[in-house]
Design a protein around this ligand. Structure first.
Ligand SMILES: Nc1nc2c(c(=O)[nH]1)N[C@H]1C(S)=C(S)[C@@H](COP(=O)(O)OP(=O)(O)OC[C@H]3O[C@@H](n4cnc5c(=O)[nH]c(N)nc54)[C@H](O)[C@@H]3O)O[C@H]1N2
Ligand SMILES: Nc1nc2c(c(=O)[nH]1)N[C@H]1C(S)=C(S)[C@@H](COP(=O)(O)OP(=O)(O)OC[C@H]3O[C@@H](n4cnc5c(=O)[nH]c(N)nc54)[C@H](O)[C@@H]3O)O[C@H]1N2
Ligand code: SF4
Ligand SMILES: [Mo]
Length: 712
């Protein structure tokens, strides 16, 4: 029987509302939902792949247990029992920190998985917690926590009302926006220009977003903090600072001004590659614009000075009067307000309460930077990691020096993966537990509505039953938690009701309903279900600060010591010599028909011309005798890969770009289509020892590489 069902695309942060044409157990079409008040019918080419994955013959449909080099099917009972037993045993024998957890990006896209992962994490009481945050937005969280007192209170650019959108290190036209949930972002950017506004992109590559913006400046990788400091310098030097109502609750402005003094536009021009006049003009125009928003993302975050750069993005918005104002950088009031909910239980973030055992990198919010994972597995001693649970993550392809991590994983006593595929990471697991996917579960955007450019809410009911023997993420996590609880228990403890059992009985739907009822819009699950196209909750509201500050003093320290301590180090960057002539600086990029590392098994997304190419400037290619389409070898201090060169002046001179998420040529994976379109992993080149000094976040931008033609 044919019918049309509504759902949400959960592949990226744009969370488009979709209309799914269903014929029995088949999907015949997926389209954007024009009646969705937020996404207004927008979708991207990835949307149809939602069902490719559900019906992918390579998907794991039953629990697997490793037997030598192979994985064989086992019952849920056996798989869960064995996993719980190993975890309990290893924690008993080697201490609680010997069991590590790694959470991947898709965790942010399932409200139920997210809720129950928090439960399991809490139960394990391990300090060895890692996630994709530390190869992504961790510096932005550190900046938000330092300034506003809550790691989740990150401002969002009010793209629909701004007249000056300054974008650093983000390519939303391709990524569809991040920490800026904005379906149809290309149209929203076009609208800024159509109403006479200005859009400026700062990026070592002239990106798809730069083309649309019409104004672009190349920047040397890793130097955004210098550029931003120079803008702040100009703003103070020319008395353009306009703190407005923030003056009443902001401290440290003088210290900020002093810190910016050494970073004049002339001083930073050589290192950034941006002319002093350009910087000055940008600073003046940004400060004077009635409505302006500065936004930085993965490119400014995953770099050597990622935390300083992320802090300065917020600072620039604040000192120009563009923070928390219409058309500027604003805070949301989502239907389920995780910022307030987590604050009520004291989870606003903390820093350096403990440090990683081997390298001494600080925890943040209870997590350690994933750049230390390999060494923590490899280095013997007290607290050595002996077991790893991965949940919706593929760190072999997504974390720095994936090659080393891959070798380290093989040494674990026990590894459990909760995933949909046997891929570069999960193939190492002793047990793989397969989960439902996308249209097989109900959906609400718990995490991403916090960063939406409009307040909106939508709940979608599951369309299909679980495939094969798969179970929902939350059910698996809850069951595992109960079994761990039981196996640990014994004695009097077995008589008290367990919180894991209780949570399981309440279930994610009821928990969500409660969050909605206590949220700022006093909604309920029933109210959302009555409006399946979604509910518009209005434009972002200005003037939420100081009311929503979570700092102890209820004030903002705009120049915290954490960042000021880095200023002398940053100043040295001004005079650092360029890499030797034969070295190039490597950055990464995203592609519209790709989603991190895990959507290359959909034929419709990978067919056509090869996409995992090394983009390079014509002069750099000519200097090395490299022709367009030629195979080149790319070498860094940690590894080497081979890729096809794609020569284009969209790259800055001296900078090359490889997309991230490829490299499916590894043995032992069950991804037939991806293997046939393997590409190379950029993270076989990135260095686990290069991290942002403050947060320990991976520094992916500007890895020094040697590139040469591969001679047959
Ligand atoms: N060099 C470089 N490295 C980067 C980046 C970069 O720009 N450059 N970007 C970084 C960023 S921003 C991120 S977020 C990380 C991503 O890092 P990861 O999260 O580690 O990697 P993903 O590729 O997103 O892998 C997601 C995994 O989840 C599985 N999965 C998908 N859906 C589900 C589900 O519903 N349930 C379960 N249980 N599993 C599921 C997939 O099969 C896959 O194994 O990569 C980072 N790495
Ligand atoms: N199609 C698609 N969409 C995605 C994803 C995907 O893989 N594919 N991944 C999702 C995820 S997990 C995330 S976090 C978001 C990320 O969303 P974005 O942050 O928009 O991601 P990118 O496209 O990686 O953009 C980063 C930009 O930074 C530039 N850059 C690199 N180094 C530097 C530098 O030092 N300074 C400056 N100024 N720029 C630099 C790169 O050239 C690139 O254009 O996208 C999400 N959406
Ligand atoms: S933009 Fe993102 S949410 Fe929208 S259809 Fe594409 S992948 Fe899905
Ligand atoms: Mo990400």
């Amino acid at each position: 029987m044919k019918e049309t069902r509504l759902h949400t695309c959960m592949l990226c942060e744009a969370v488009c509302g979709i209309k799914v044409e269903v014929d029995g157990d088949r999907v015949t079409a997926v389209r954007g939902d024009p009646d969705d008040p937020f996404s207004r019918g927008h979708v991207c080419p990835k949307v149809a792949a939602i069902d490719d994955i559900r019906t992918d013959p390579d998907r794991i449909l039953a629990p697997l247990r490793r037997d030598g080099d192979r994985h064989v099917e086992v019952s849920w009972d056996r798989a869960l029992d064995e996993a719980a037993e190993q975890i309990v045993r290893i924690q008993k024998e080697h201490g609680r920190h010997s069991v590590a957890v790694y959470l991947g990006n898709p965790v942010a896209h399932t409200y139920s998985g997210l809720m129950f992962m928090m439960l399991l994490s809490k139960m394990l009481r391990t300090h060895s917690r890692f996630s994709a945050s530390s190869v992504d937005q961790l510096p932005q969280m550190v900046a938000a926590w330092s300034l506003f007192g809550h790691q989740l209170l990150m401002p969002v650019p009010d793209v629909d009302r701004t007249d000056f959108f300054l974008i650093l290190g983000a390519n939303p036209v391709v990524s569809n926006g991040s920490i800026m949930t904005a379906p149809g972002i290309a149209d929203r950017i076009k609208a800024i220009r159509a109403r006479g506004g200005r859009v400026v992109v700062i990026d070592p590559r002239r990106t798809e977003t730069a083309e649309l913006a019409g104004e672009h400046h190349f920047i040397r990788p890793g130097t955004d903090a210098l550029l931003l400091f120079a803008m702040v310098h100009v703003i103070f030097a020319e008395r353009l600072a306009r703190l407005g109502r923030f003056a009443a609750f902001t401290d440290g402005v003088d210290a900020l001004e002093r810190a910016a003094r050494d970073f004049s536009p002339e001083a930073v021009a050589p290192a950034t590659g941006i002319a002093a006049d350009t910087i000055r003009e940008l600073a003046r125009s940004f400060a004077k614009a009635p409505k302006a928003a500065c936004y930085g993302r993965v490119g400014t975050s995953t770099q050597e000075f990622g935390s300083v750069a992320s802090w300065l993005v917020y600072v620039l918005n604040l000192v120009t009067g563009h923070l928390d104002e219409v058309g500027g950088s604003m805070f949301t009031t989502p239907a389920a307000d995780m910022v307030d909910v987590t604050a009520r239980s004291g989870q606003t973030g903390h820093y350096a309460r403990w440090k990683s055992r081997v390298r001494g990198l600080p925890e943040f919010g209870g997590e350690l930077p994933v750049a230390v994972l390999s060494e923590e597995i490899e280095t013997p001693g007290d607290g050595q990691i002996r077991a790893l649970i991965t949940f919706a993550g593929n760190p072999v392809l997504s974390t720095p020096n994936g090659g080393r991590l891959e070798r380290a994983l093989a040494k674990l006593d026990f590894m459990l993966s909760i995933d949909i595929y046997k891929n570069e990471t999960t193939r190492h697991a002793h047990i793989i537990l397969p989960t439902t996917f996308g249209l097989e579960r109900d959906h609400f955007d718990l995490a991403l509505n916090i960063y939406a450019v409009r307040n909106a809410a939508r709940h979608a009911a599951a369309i299909f039953p679980p495939a094969g023997k798969t179970r929902h993420d939350w059910e698996i996590l809850a069951d595992l938690a109960s079994r761990i609880d039981r196996k640990r228990g014994g004695g009097w403890r077995s008589f008290i009701p367990r919180s894991s059992d209780l949570a399981r009985r309440i279930g994610p739907r009821r928990a969500l309903d409660l969050l909605l009822r206590f949220g700022p819009h006093r909604l309920s699950l029933r109210a959302l279900e009555k409006q399946p196209h979604g509910i518009d909750l209005g434009a972002l509201r200005p003037e939420q600060l100081p009311r929503r500050l979570f700092t102890r003093t209820k004030r903002i320290d705009i120049a915290p010591a954490l960042f000021l301590d880095q200023v002398p180090v940053l100043a040295k960057r001004l005079t650092r010599s360029a890499p030797p002539e034969e070295r190039l600086e490597l950055i990464s990029r995203r592609q519209l028909r790709s989603n991190n590392s895990w959507m290359h098994n959909s034929l419709r997304l990978v067919k056509g011309r090869e996409r995992c190419t090394l983009l390079m400037h014509p002069d750099d290619a000519a200097a090395r005798g490299i022709a367009d389409g030629a195979e080149v070898s790319v070498r860094s201090s940690v590894g080497a890969v081979v890729a096809k060169a794609e020569i284009s002046d969209e790259m800055a001179r001296g900078v090359v770009s490889l997309p991230h998420g490829w490299g499916h040529d590894r043995r032992g994976i069950d991804l037939r289509i991806a293997s046939a379109h393997a590409g190379a992993s950029v993270n076989d080149l990135t260095e686990e020892l290069s991290v942002d000094a403050i947060s320990g976040n991976a520094s992916f931008s500007g890895v020094h590489v040697a590139v040469e033609a591969v001679r047959p």
